[in-house]
Design a protein around this ligand. Sequence first.
Ligand code: DQA
Length: 140
Amino acid sequence: MKILIINGPNLNLLGKREPEIYGNRSFEQFLAELRSEFPELEIEYFQSNHEGALIDCIHEWGFSVQGIVLNAGAYTHTSIAIADAISAVTAPVIEVHISNVHQREPFRHHSYLSARCVGSIVGLGLDGYRLAVRHFEMRG
Ligand code: DQA
């Protein structure tokens, strides 16, 4: 079973970026842990700061993986194109946000992606990715 995790803009700086909001662990560190927690899963990872590259990635993998865990960063609040890419592919997508976007600025309260996703997990830190992967694992 293959799961794809996609991180959008600025999430390459996890661990360094606003640690009071996003924590002090790098995603690479966390990913290594996640892969060892789920040895039976193939967990692919892609990060980009570019909207088109995120869309290309969804197109490339979205017909062959069993699930996509997507944190589109700020594109969540702006991108109809990423929303359309989610609708275009067959893989179910779970939206993840590390921070609780609903406790933050009003512009973070709306997501163009949520309605296209099977579910959303917000505010649980990196655990959100773990729970999303676990959901896909249980779902088979
Ligand atoms: C984020 C929340 C977004 O509003 C923000 O632009 C991010 C990270 C999160 O994981 O909490 O870049 O998606």
